[in-house]
Design a protein around this ligand. Structure first.
Ligand code: KG4
Ligand code: ZN
Length: 344
């Protein structure tokens, strides 16, 4: 089964063609990063306009790359949410229209569940259930229990900022470019990760929730303490920036993984997965690996960094497993409406 998948939830216009949930025939991404660098973050209206311009060229490029036409495609998948509604709209409208014209079933996909299925792309070995998934991006920060395909339970979430968002905001405080995660990772290589002792949120109540707004504020106060309230981030000393970046990164990595490991020891799953943009971070991968090394639990993360950040191949994979689980649900054409608070 070949699925043409569309993703436009934030700042990437992406179309992929995926076979049997694993084989990627095409994976085209028009990134808006250079555009959003100018403002140091995503401006929703700017993102939405760019999707409108890029969707058809990206769609055509995907079909060309795969050397396929519509007769080779069995179904269309699209991210319905969560995300920026004005951005999602381009994807859902395009997918709904194409499914009507080409008479293909349409499969709406949850963005976070799509990130989870990035770990099945180009990998033959099936997931072993139950699995615990830490999926962390700029827009979400979730710990999920996957009992089997299409059966998910949310164990915990962020109460304020997602870790990726904290990376982006702290990068701005340090005068680094957007997106902040890869920039902080790069400069942290030259820093001392114990130079600063930033706080880790201690949350009341049971569960596996996260909070990163306090950490972000602690970095802001540290900067203001050293350079004054109106400091200019472009004039900072590179050793100081590297030490803040390394200490901040260590704090985020330990917070994310320690809680995931707590869930692993409570639930005893077969696998621990890392997914989402932040799973590209090498320190996060290394620390998780180290923490899990004494157990039989298998760890997975997308080997290929391009499947960590937003892409449509992961959407095609998730859609395949959802379709297989209940094909009758997706037979007819439907008008898919975008949803910013789509739940799973
Ligand atoms: O999954 P994604 O592309 O978009 C959302 O769904 O939000 O994730 C983007 C986020 C950004 O916040 C970015 O700074 C972060 O992932 N990110 C990283 C790294 N690469 C991307 N964070 C830490 N280390 C990285 N190497
Ligand atoms: Zn994402």
């Amino acid at each position: 089964m070949r699925i043409l998948a569309i993703e436009t939830s934030c700042d990437e216009t992406a179309v992929a063609i995926v076979e049997e949930g694993r084989k990627v025939n095409a994976n085209i991404i028009a990134s808006q990063v250079p555009l959003h660098r100018k403002t140091g973050g995503v401006v929703p209206e700017v993102a939405a306009r760019e999707h409108v311009l890029k969707i058809i060229p990206v769609l055509e490029e995907a079909l060309n790359k795969a050397e396929m036409s519509w007769k080779d495609i069995d179904a269309i998948a699209v991210v319905k949410g969560p995300g920026l509604v004005s951005a999602l709209l381009t994807g859902t409208l395009t997918a709904s229209t194409l499914s009507l014209i080409e008479e293909k079933p349409i499969i709406p996909v949850h963005h976070i569940l799509a990130h989870i299925y990035a770990n099945q792309l180009e990998i033959e070995e099936e997931f072993n259930f139950p699995a615990i998934i830490l999926t962390v991006s700029g827009g979400h920060n979730d710990l999920v229990l996957m009992k089997k395909h299409c059966d998910f339970e949310l164990l915990g979430s962020t109460r304020d900022d997602a870790a990726g968002e904290a990376f982006d905001k702290v990068a701005k405080l340090l005068g680094l470019n957007y997106p902040g995660g890869p920039e902080i990772e790069k400069v942290a290589l030259n820093g001392d990760e114990y130079a600063f002792d930033f706080p880790k949120a201690k949350l009341s109540g049971p569960g596996y929730d996260y909070s990163f707004s306090g950490l972000k504020t602690a970095v802001l106060y540290e900067m203001q303490k050293n350079f004054g309230k109106d400091y200019n981030p472009s004039t900072l000393n590179s050793e100081f920036v590297a030490n803040i970046a390394a200490s901040f990164q260590r704090t985020v990595v330990e917070t994310l993984i320690d809680k995931a490991i707590q869930a692993v020891s409570d639930i005893n799953p077969c696998e621990l997965h890392l997914a989402g943009g932040v799973s590209a971070n090498k320190q996060l991968r290394l620390y998780a690996q180290e923490k899990i090394s004494n157990s039989k639990i298998k760890i997975r993360y997308p080997e290929n960094i391009k499947y960590c950040t937003d892409n449509a191949a992961m959407v095609g994979s998730a859609a395949y497993f959802f379709y297989k689980n209940n094909p009758n649900k997706y037979r007819k054409w439907r008008n898919i409406q975008p949803s910013s608070d789509f739940t799973f």
